[in-house]
Design a binder for this molecule. Structure first.
Ligand code: ADP
Length: 161
């Protein structure tokens, strides 16, 4: 079975991510959205909350699974016998980081390939950071994030984001 793994922080998942995942679900028999437990980044949502929000936002996609992992993505891939990592590309600023990550992963395991998927024109400007900023200042979140994320962000703002 051809499996694609889409790793990221998803803090929180937004409509740009959902759009990439919906397209992947049409291209691959199985898609794993891998929520990373990075120790280097400060997250707004805990790993459990991020996983939960991803699950709730992707309920309509039957061939998509959600998992989490701490450590190297290539190790996760090997355990799952998956060879394709998907990353989303927004603007040129993403390119250098993604190329470096892809090259490092290739050096670690040459059997694993990174494929880049362009963001849709209507979503390329959306980022988790931007969404958190909108939430903090009480802006309209509809169109930026799925409904469960709107509820979670509003609740966080209520408790002081
Ligand atoms: P990171 O793992 O770098 O923290 P994110 O959780 O923000 O990444 O995003 C996961 C993946 O989704 C990355 O490949 C990122 O480039 C991609 N991505 C982020 N925002 C968008 C968007 N608006 N459209 C398409 N892809 C995106």
């Amino acid at each position: 079975m051809k499996t694609a793994v889409y790793p990221g922080s998803f803090d929180p998942i937004h409509t740009g991510h959902v759009d990439i995942i919906e397209r992947l679900a049409q291209l691959y028999e199985r898609v794993i959205v891998l929520v990373s437990e990075s120790t280097q980044k400060q997250h707004l949502f805990s790993i459990d909350d991020r996983i939960d929000l991803v699950r709730q936002s992707l309920k309509h996609l039957k061939n998509v699974e959600v998992d989490s992992h701490q450590g190297l993505t290539v190790d996760y891939m090997q355990n799952k016998k998956a060879s394709v990592i998907i990353r989303g590309l927004r603007a040129v600023v993403d390119f250098e980081y993604e190329m470096t990550m892809a090259s490092m992963n290739k050096k670690l395991n040459k059997e694993i390939h990174t494929l880049l998927m362009f963001a849709s024109p209507e979503h390329y400007y959306i980022s988790s950071r931007g969404v958190k900023e909108i939430a903090k200042h009480g802006g309209e979140l509809r169109g930026f994030v799925p409904e469960p994320v709107i509820i979670a962000l509003r609740s966080r703002v209520g408790r002081g984001l």
